[in-house]
Design a protein. Structure first.
Length: 230
């Protein structure tokens, strides 16, 4: 297996861990990182990594499109706590349309896209919410927009997966935060979350499965990490 992965959010907690795991993964031969800020020197010097500094995530010049050619999957870990619609919805759709437009019509496998959302994101825009209404609805619209995009492409073209983690913690730390969040919304270590997402974009998921809740993420992430030989 030789996979080419597109990654956003690589300078953040989740995206940074995804990048680290992709760099170590022998099945991943190329990682195209779309970023506003340059990566650390040691990371950008990795021959597996191609960083593209993005001025506008809605615009893909021809040279950037060429770098994206032949990609198999994307891990979308770009986002912000305030959940700006342009970032959460417009940016992913712009990338998706760019990829589909450039993919060969004879492609025999679907492009896999995984979106890191959150446990409280709400797709039902009419539902009454007690807290963080704007953020939760925006994240929910982001989930729906990319799931709908996959459906609109038809079978075998695009697969969208949504992960909805609870509190994301660091390995070996955040003990008190983990205890509190486990009692409220659940928690997942960032290495478990990253391992689960890389596994899904590498091998897909059971037919009809497009959304993963926190407990599923934890179980799958731990299983993947336990089986790894690298």
């Amino acid at each position: 297996m030789s996979l080419k992965i597109i990654l956003t959010g690589a300078t953040g907690l989740v995206g940074g861990e995804v990048l680290a795991q992709c760099r170590r993964n022998p099945d991943i031969s190329s990682i195209v990182v779309l970023t506003r800020r340059p990566l650390p020197g040691a990371v950008s010097a990795d021959p597996k990594v191609k960083q593209i500094i993005m001025k506008d995530f809605k615009v893909y010049p021809d040279d950037t499109k060429r770098e994206l050619e032949g990609a198999d999957a994307c891990v979308w870990a770009l986002g912000a706590r305030i959940a700006v619609p342009e970032v959460e919805i417009d940016y992913p759709l712009a990338l998706a349309r760019t990829i589909v437009a450039s993919r060969p019509s004879a492609s025999t496998k679907p492009f896999r896209y995984i979106y890191c959302s959150g446990v409280a994101a709400e797709r039902d825009q009419t539902k009454s919410l007690w807290f963080s209404q704007t953020v939760r609805r925006t994240k929910g619209r982001a989930e729906s927009s990319m799931l709908d995009f996959a459906t609109a492409q038809g079978d075998g073209v695009w697969e969208t997966y949504v992960v909805k983690p609870g509190m994301i913690t660091r390995p070996g730390g955040d003990g008190l935060k983990r205890l509190v969040s486990d009692a409220l919304v659940g928690s997942v270590r960032v290495d478990e979350l990253a391992a689960m997402m890389v596994e899904v974009v590498s091998g897909g998921a059971p037919k009809g499965k497009d959304t993963f809740l926190n407990a599923e993420i934890v179980d799958m992430g731990r299983e993947v990490l336990a089986k790894r030989e690298w």
